[in-house]
Write a protein that binds this ligand. Structure first.
Ligand SMILES: O=C1O[C@H](COP(=O)(O)O)[C@@H](O)[C@H](O)[C@H]1O
Length: 237
């Protein structure tokens, strides 16, 4: 299957690149252009990225982009509730691959908070994220189960996190894989992004996307909440 085989909703566009390297470079160029435009228009830019295994080459490519990084605030769509020196930490990934060289001058707002429980950590992060300016660029990933950010099917709090009027910016979530305890931004914050992008790689994720594009419950595949205009999908085999 190729991404051009999919029937996309009006206003959703998809780009296919032949290799993972070309995919990462194209995505980095698009994100850097949008951040530059935001800085030109408003003096600063807010970039929210996802974690997991997929974004490493993209982060490496984006870190090389000529930008006034001092005007960029980088943050996360979701986090595993593990200390920032843990191998599964999304913050660690961003610090290692994106916030280096000139890009180390960017500001960073992380989700992880030290607390007695996941709920308390989410409350602390929720208060901190009141300071997050409107998101200029959001780069979502997607799991093979149709989760995005840490909006996992069957997680407690999922219905609340997906409500358009959810009063919380950050909620605790449970993943079916380790580390199970997660923190996620909720739908109203994510859906407000000026430029939402979905970056996915491989046939399995393309098949998941095809399934998510078919009619069905958002709660069973939360990526469905974002499969409408405006959205740009970046894919490579
Ligand atoms: O757990 C997560 O999963 C998704 C997809 O990750 P990947 O490893 O399949 O690339 C990711 O977008 C999310 O940020 C992450 O915490």
């Amino acid at each position: 299957m190729a991404i051009s085989d999919l029937e996309l909703p009006t206003g959703v566009v998809a780009r296919s690149d032949a290799s993972a390297e070309a995919h990462a470079d194209a995505l980095a160029l698009r994100v850097a252009d949008a951040l530059r435009q935001a800085i030109d228009n408003r003096g600063s830019a807010t970039l929210v990225v996802s974690g997991g295994r997929s974004p490493v080459a993209f982060f490496d490519a984006l870190a090389q982009q000529p930008l006034d990084w001092r005007q960029v605030l980088v943050s996360l769509a979701d986090e595993r509730w593990v200390p920032v020196n843990h191998a599964s930490s999304n913050e660690a990934l961003v610090r290692r691959h994106l916030l280096r060289g000139a890009a180390s001058e960017a500001k960073f707002l992380g989700l992880y908070r030290v607390a007695g429980s996941l709920e308390q950590a989410a409350e602390l992060a929720d208060a901190a994220f009141a300071e997050l300016p409107p998101i200029d660029v959001l780069v979502l990933g997607m799991g093979d189960d149709g989760h995005t950010a840490s909006l996992f099917p069957d997680s407690p709090n999922l219905d609340q996190a997906l409500r358009a009027d959810c009063p919380r910016r950050v909620l605790p979530m449970q993943a079916p894989s380790q580390p199970a305890q997660r923190l996620t931004l909720t739908l109203p914050l994510l859906a407000g992004a000026r430029l939402p992008l979905l970056a996915i790689q491989g046939q399995a994720k393309l098949a998941t996307l095809a399934e998510a594009l078919a009619p069905g419950e958002v709660a069973s595949m939360p990526i469905r909440a974002f499969l409408h205009s405006p959205l740009e999908i970046y894919w490579c085999p």
